[in-house]
Design a protein around this ligand. Structure first.
Ligand SMILES: NC(=O)c1ccc[n+]([C@@H]2O[C@H](COP(=O)([O-])OP(=O)(O)OC[C@H]3O[C@@H](n4cnc5c(N)ncnc54)[C@H](OP(=O)(O)O)[C@@H]3O)[C@@H](O)[C@H]2O)c1
Length: 242
């Protein structure tokens, strides 16, 4: 296997910000594995990226389904023998009532994808990331998960009182720090990326940023140099408050 070949896995890469992250990593000459839970949608994204000259391969992966994660692990181990970049991008947003009217089932559903999904995939792929000379893990977070900003009535997204989604991203931030701490003595860097409010299916295309812009923070963190930061929470412009 070519020692200089870089391989990235992006979960939920068949559309939206994940697709753009895969595209931008591919444009840097990185082989991108298009993690998607639906084969037809994943293959379509693979085709579209290949048509643009990108070395893309669809890998079936549902972040709520451990056997599919294990299968993806074995595929990557057999084909590449390592994983340089993991972008935990897959996420869901459910309409939620005010916190006092919310229900535990909705929160569990959101956490299963947005938090436990990140945990499952990170844990499964870590042995392969340890085999990379410069492993990078990027977790899709959101300014909606910032404890500081959610207490600020002037925060532009303050009206989004979405308990399950927002707290799932707060927990993703904490998980990011935990893995960064554990991996502090290794070359692996673990950071959380906020894409900003982007027009994707998740919000009915109401965001004012393009997914192409939203992808930039994750791509930057996925390709950090050896002296780059770890255990941080960033958007494209710099650090965000926890
Ligand atoms: N858009 C924003 O303004 C915004 C802002 C802050 C953070 N984010 C975060 O950015 C990430 C990407 O969001 P987006 O806006 O690009 O949303 P999107 O267009 O709805 O895309 C979400 C992606 O995640 C996939 N996905 C959902 N559940 C999955 C599962 N169980 N297993 C595997 N893949 C799954 C979806 O696959 P299917 O096509 O099969 O559904 C899709 O590929 C999310 O983590 C989101 O929370 C978005």
């Amino acid at each position: 296997m070519n020692g200089t070949l870089k391989v990235a896995l992006v979960t939920g890469a068949n559309k939206g910000i994940g697709y753009e992250i895969a595209k931008q990593l591919g444009e840097k000459g990185i082989t991108v594995l298009i993690g998607a839970r639906d084969a037809a949608r994943g293959q379509e994204a693979e085709r579209s990226l290949k048509d643009q000259g990108i070395e893309a391969r669809f890998v079936r992966l549902d972040v709520t389904d451990q056997p599919s994660i294990d299968e993806a692990y074995h595929y990557i181990a057999d084909k590449f023998g390592k994983l340089d970049i993991l972008v935990n991008n897959a996420g869901i947003f459910l309409e939620e009532p005010l916190p006092s009217r919310n229900d535990v089932g909705t929160m569990q559903q959101v956490f299963d994808t947005n938090l436990f999904g990140v945990f499952r995939v990170t844990k499964a792929m870590l042995p392969l990331i340890r085999l990379s000379e410069q492993g990078r893990i990027v977790n899709a977070s959101s300014s909606l998960g910032s404890l500081t900003l959610m207490g600020d009535p002037n925060f532009e997204l303050a009206p989004f009182l979405v308990l399950g989604y927002n707290t799932s991203k707060t927990a993703v931030n904490a998980l990011t720090r935990f893995f960064a701490n554990e991996l502090m003595d290794t070359p692996i860097k673990v950071n959380a990326a906020d894409p900003g409010y982007c027009a994707t299916e998740m919000n009915g295309f109401t965001g004012y940023r393009a997914p192409q812009q939203g992808a930039r923070a994750a791509v930057w963190l996925a390709t950090l140099p050896a002296d780059g930061p770890t255990g941080g929470f960033y958007n494209e412009e710099g650090p965000l408050p926890w």
